[in-house]
Design a protein around this ligand. Structure first.
Ligand SMILES: Nc1ncnc2c1ncn2[C@@H]1O[C@H](COP(=O)(O)OP(=O)(O)O)[C@@H](O)[C@H]1O
Ligand SMILES: [Mg+2]
Length: 258
């Protein structure tokens, strides 16, 4: 199904492709830290991909370069057939607006109602749709139709993450990027959030990329890409993998460069 070898940038079935992506951070004393050490990756449209790996392996950085929140030092990031290097600042801003971001910490605005939080990303722009109607529609889709007027502080963590997902969907994104979306949730609530994210693919053919170090989350995805020290060390088709935890553990143990 999601065979990376069959994909190419010009292929309409490819949502995201990265070629030789490096991202370094300057440290004190002139040293630099390599967060992404040459990542090649192709993500099929409508697939749900987990990016896994230990803390510091580059998962967030990978999501940030796909979302144009960070610019790689080297390499190519192509989203929806567009090489991000070719885009102007304004076009990059449009690119970011077309994506849905979901973060571990929810990042809701505490003074705004739930419905206004969902609308917040499109407040400064004109939209073809009715913002309030769409917000209520999305809140219904995430099971929060009764809470539109509540403040976020009145909601549980799982409910707040549902609001964050509704907010991420306000522009009907073709690509949703979620960074440890279950990291602050108990396992039952986390599982519900993952079902919601996985369900997006079935509903609208949305591509979903989830950074997670939770194996339970990875198992619900179509594909697991494991990172270690900023490199892809495993790329696993979940449906055909007999023992996902063992496959990921083996990739993490393999000596570098193999
Ligand atoms: N703004 C930054 N400045 C310096 N180092 C950073 C910065 N952001 C991330 N890093 C480093 O880059 C590496 C990868 O980080 P990150 O992508 O956040 O990993 P993960 O999400 O897998 O935990 C880590 O070593 C981290 O400390
Ligand atoms: Mg991270």
């Amino acid at each position: 199904m999601n065979n990376p070898a069959l994909d190419s940038d010009s292929d309409g079935e490819v949502a995201v492709s990265l070629g030789g992506v490096r991202r370094c951070y300057a440290l004190d004393g002139g040293r630099s830290l390599v967060a992404l050490a040459g990542v090649d990756l192709s993500i099929a449209r409508g697939s749900v991909v987990a990016i896994t790996g230990p803390s510091g392996s580059g998962k967030s950085t990978l999501l940030h370069v796909i979302g144009a929140l960070e610019v790689p030092d080297e390499g190519r990031v192509v989203v929806d057939g567009q090489d991000l290097r070719d885009l102007s600042r304004r076009e990059l801003a449009d690119h970011r607006r077309r994506l849905g971001f979901v973060f571990q910490g929810f990042h809701l605005l505490p003074a705004l109602s739930v419905a206004d939080n969902v609308i917040a990303p499109v407040l400064p722009v004109k939209t073809a749709f009715d913002k309030r109607a769409r917000s209520l529609e999305l809140l219904t889709a995430v099971g929060l139709e009764g809470r539109a007027r509540s403040l976020p502080s009145r909601l549980s963590g799982g409910q707040q993450q549902r609001v964050a997902i509704a907010r991420a969907l306000i522009n009907a994104p073709a690509l949703v990027l979620a960074d440890e979306p279950t990291g602050n949730l108990d396992s039952v609530t986390g599982a519900e959030i993952i079902e919601l994210l996985v369900g997006l693919r079935a509903r609208d053919g949305v591509t979903v990329v989830i950074a997670t170090h939770d194996l339970g989350v990875a198992e619900r995805c179509d594909r697991v890409v494991a990172l270690r020290d900023g490199r892809v060390v495993a790329d696993i088709d979940v449906a055909t993998c007999a023992d996902l935890p063992a496959a990921i553990a083996a990739a993490m143990r393999r000596p570098p460069g193999e």
